[in-house]
Design a protein around this ligand. Sequence first.
Ligand SMILES: Nc1nc2c(ncn2[C@@H]2O[C@H](COP(=O)(O)OP(=O)(O)OP(=O)(O)O)[C@@H](O)[C@H]2O)c(=O)[nH]1
Ligand SMILES: [Mg+2]
Length: 213
Amino acid sequence: MYHLLKGFHEYVTRKEEFSVIIIGLDGAGKTTLLERIKTLYNDTPGLSPDKIGPTVGQNTGKIALPSTILQFFDLGGQRGIRNIWPKYYDDCHAVVYVIDAEDRERLGEGWEVFDTVLSAPQILGLPLLLLANKQDSSNSLSVEEIRNDYEDWYQRKIESARRDRQDDGDAARRERIASLDVMGVSAIEGTGVRSAIDWLFLRVQNSRRDHSS
Ligand SMILES: Nc1nc2c(ncn2[C@@H]2O[C@H](COP(=O)(O)OP(=O)(O)OP(=O)(O)O)[C@@H](O)[C@H]2O)c(=O)[nH]1
Ligand SMILES: [Mg+2]
């Protein structure tokens, strides 16, 4: 009887675990975001922004939600270490791409890298959220402006690919871009972060990847 009850208790309190990777250019605010998520959801607060330096490798963090654990992997965004991102693609259940909405000069570079991420077959069917960070700054582009900037960039890319008679991106990729979710956040102030987590929570539940392991 005890075992039966214990088994039942374990069954009803069981939490499914999902892995989420946080990627984007260096300086986009990925680690600041992860530490903000920890502060908002855990008893032990995350690091304060002034204690955070550039990430060489990865930072991790876990949060518990109803019947669900989200395990985050915040990966360093400097050019020389971006090639480690694909090593995480096979085992993740969702992807968060952070863009610095304040740094207009690097938006193009941010889209180039984002485009490479979109073309990775391992994450093609996974929930993908684009976060326009630093919304606390008056210099930042809004969510709408970020989306338009990306669409303009993509349009220009397609046109130049056509001129050079190169592959202009497959239909699956175009469809994904059309249905892309973009949300605004401030990792420093925490605004928008709970909405982003709610989005992830809902979307990983419906993720097509087998997560029974
Ligand atoms: N104004 C503002 N600044 C932010 C925000 N989030 C991060 N920053 C600043 O942006 C800079 C880079 O933040 P990080 O979190 O270290 O960036 P990262 O994406 O982890 O960078 P790498 O680890 O090099 O890939 C720091 O000076 C942060 O304080 C934000 O929401 N608003
Ligand atoms: Mg970092």
